[in-house]
Design a protein around this ligand. Structure first.
Ligand code: SF4
Ligand code: SF4
Length: 92
């Protein structure tokens, strides 16, 4: 099965509040390569050049946990979404 087909099987039930929190936005401004934009398979993180901050599209998070260790400054507070929210998989 192709990855596109697998991703089609993913569905989300997003909470109103983000389960992903940037601890210190100033740190992101000094983060040279902003690797969160590349290691996240769901492309949740995006640098907003105008506002000088990382935006977090938490609704599409796959809950893989990579951002717990991928940020060189450990600047992402990661936790699972509250019960009933977050990613779900559809079978068949
Ligand atoms: S990798 Fe971490 S410090 Fe760098 S921009 Fe992303 S969240 Fe901010
Ligand atoms: S847990 Fe995985 S999918 Fe979710 S934001 Fe972090 S790296 Fe992206």
């Amino acid at each position: 099965m192709k990855i596109e087909d697998r991703l089609f099987l993913v569905k989300f039930n997003p909470d109103k509040e983000s389960h992903l929190v940037i601890k210190d936005r100033k740190t992101c401004r000094h983060c040279e390569f902003k690797p969160c934009q590349y290691f996240c398979p769901a492309q949740v993180y995006e640098w907003d050049e105008e506002q000088k901050l990382i935006t977090v599209a938490y609704e599409g998070c796959f809950e893989c946990g990579a951002c717990r260790t991928g940020c060189p400054y450990l600047n992402i507070d990661w936790r699972y979404p509250k019960g009933g929210y977050g990613v779900a998989f559809r079978y068949g």
